[in-house]
Design a protein around this ligand. Sequence first.
Ligand SMILES: [Zn+2]
Length: 67
Amino acid sequence: MKEGIHPEYKNATINCACGSVVQTRSTVGTIHVDICSSCHPFYTGKQKLVDAAGRVEKFRKKYGLKN
Ligand SMILES: [Zn+2]
């Protein structure tokens, strides 16, 4: 393996807008992201569940269905 042609991987920190910090290794020192696995609705499930409930409610009203 040749020396000097490989990027140096160092400890990096990923800072999310939600305040979550993830330690990783990268060629860049610090990364800023707007969304991460801690705050994304897909992982938290909160926002998705609320939205899904609203759609079910609309569907039931539209077709006059009862539980
Ligand atoms: Zn986040």
